[in-house]
Design a protein around this ligand. Structure first.
Ligand SMILES: CC(C)(COP(=O)(O)OP(=O)(O)OC[C@H]1O[C@@H](n2cnc3c(N)ncnc32)[C@H](O)[C@@H]1OP(=O)(O)O)[C@@H](O)C(=O)NCCC(=O)NCCS
Length: 143
């Protein structure tokens, strides 16, 4: 279980663009990372989520999951998107666990060559609007 300090995070909009919205993740008054929806496809209602909490000292406190859930809620209620997806390295268990806690499911796996002539494994993960609200409701009943 990741250490939950009870710290509240807020998302502050930095850069609204037609196909991308970027937020700073703020803890108290300290920016600790960024989260964004990129490649927003308004017609199909899809976007790609990306997140980074910059310093390791802020990893594993639940902030990433809180930020992902907050952005999904915004994406599905205010932006009226229908699906959010992401790509994550198969060797990044913290990120995978964080996304799963927010309700994402693995949808596929690709292997691609790196610049060092090795292969890297990438998981594709996604969540639909319906799945998100179903998952959130089920989670709130177990809390
Ligand atoms: C990925 C990232 C956003 C996750 O945010 P976070 O605040 O660290 O994650 P959370 O604390 O919300 O959740 C982490 C979960 O991973 C678990 N975890 C930690 N190390 C783990 C490991 N080695 N194996 C499996 N699970 C692990 C934690 O226990 C926690 O799950 P739990 O609450 O069920 O116990 C953040 O760590 C980060 O920015 N990392 C660097 C950049 C990055 O990797 N970005 C993602 C690119 S796709």
């Amino acid at each position: 279980m990741s250490e939950n300090t009870g710290g509240k995070i807020a998302l502050e909009l930095v850069k609204p663009q037609r196909y991308q919205v970027l937020y700073q993740i703020v803890l108290g008054d300290q920016p600790i990372g960024v989260i964004e929806l990129d490649h927003i496809a308004w017609r199909s209602g899809e976007a790609e989520l990306k997140i980074s909490i910059h310093q390791e000292e802020f990893h594993n406190h639940g902030y990433g999951t809180k930020a992902v859930v907050a952005l999904l809620e915004h994406a599905f209620t205010k932006m009226n998107l229908s699906r959010v997806y992401l790509r994550v390295h198969a060797n990044n268990p913290i990120a995978i666990r964080c996304y799963e806690k927010a309700g994402f499911k693995k949808e596929g796996r690709i292997s691609r060559p790196t610049e060092w002539n090795t292969q890297e494994e990438i998981f594709l993960m996604g969540i639909s609007k319906t799945e998100f609200f179903k998952y959130s409701e089920a989670k709130s009943k177990t809390m």
